[in-house]
Design a protein around this ligand. Structure first.
Ligand code: ATP
Ligand code: PRP
Length: 218
């Protein structure tokens, strides 16, 4: 009987360039069409007849894998923690996509919108933001944005933002300062828990990525 195809979900954003060499060392190499910017396909063959890639938005990688539509994927730990899907397991830290999730405010201080027990925050990460403030007994009202949240405080929409920071240049260029780090972030290999239990190819892939991470760390 022919084996079902494994589906490996990769994010189309900035992690991808760093992820491709790691994937190649674990034996996952996309067909040439994957690198053709004009190609609008979302599904690609790999060097393995029993595996295909899907290229989707970073947040959707976690959703496809949690629902078992893809068995394996690569995504930032920010996305994993934001969703906290029970069916998703993140067994390998790939040591790529380093950044941090931080709280930032205008360099002259948060706007008067914010009080002692209630703040309004623009973010792509409402779950992580609420949890961060809850731990301090503060209720966070989150305004969900999908990008460019650095402009929200200057437009009076919120007092602060929670967003990813790497060099800090985006904050600086928009008159903001980092006031607290919420978490350090790296990209992880993620797998669907049920697929890991039932399909030995998933366990073998985890081992291949784990061996590569261990060799890199040695
Ligand atoms: N400045 C950064 N430096 C390093 N890693 C980052 C940075 N920004 C984001 N990342 C990591 O890359 C992942 C994807 O980020 P990116 O901003 O490229 O997503 P995207 O594909 O543009 O998002 P969307 O799906 O909303 O279009 C993030 O989840 C995070 O783990
Ligand atoms: O600290 P820095 O090095 O400046 O990086 C931080 C920026 O990188 C990410 O955005 P990205 O460039 O992915 O664009 P986006 O707004 O489309 O998410 C993040 O959302 C910040 O805006």
């Amino acid at each position: 009987m022919a084996q079902t195809q494994l589906t490996f979900a990769v994010p189309k954003g900035r992690i991808l360039d760093e992820a491709l060499p790691v994937m190649a060392r674990a034996g996952v190499v996309p067909e040439d069409a994957f690198h053709d910017k004009a190609n609008r396909s979302l599904t690609f063959a790999t060097g393995r007849a029993d595996m295909r890639l899907i290229r989707v938005r970073a947040f959707d990688v976690a959703t496809f894998v949690a629902h078992g539509a893809a068995q394996v994927g690569i995504v930032g730990s920010d996305v994993i923690e934001e969703f906290d899907y029970a069916d998703l397991y993140a067994p390998v830290d790939l040591d790529i996509g380093h950044c941090r999730l931080s709280l930032a405010e205008p360099k002259d201080g948060a706007a008067s919108i914010d009080g002692a027990s209630h703040v309004r925050v623009a973010t792509k990460y409402p779950g992580l933001t609420r949890r961060h403030f809850e731990a301090q007994g503060i209720q966070a009202e989150c305004v969900k944005l999908n990008g460019a949240m650095e402009i929200a405080p200057s437009l009076g929409m919120c007092g602060r933002i929670v967003d990813l920071v790497s060099s800090g240049q985006t904050l600086k260029d928009n008159g903001l300062v980092e006031v607290a780090k919420i978490m350090d972030i790296t990209a992880r290999l993620i797998v669907n828990r049920a697929a890991l239990k039932t399909d030995p190819r998933v366990a073998a892939l985890v081992e291949a990525f784990r061996a590569d991470a261990a060799a890199k760390a040695a």
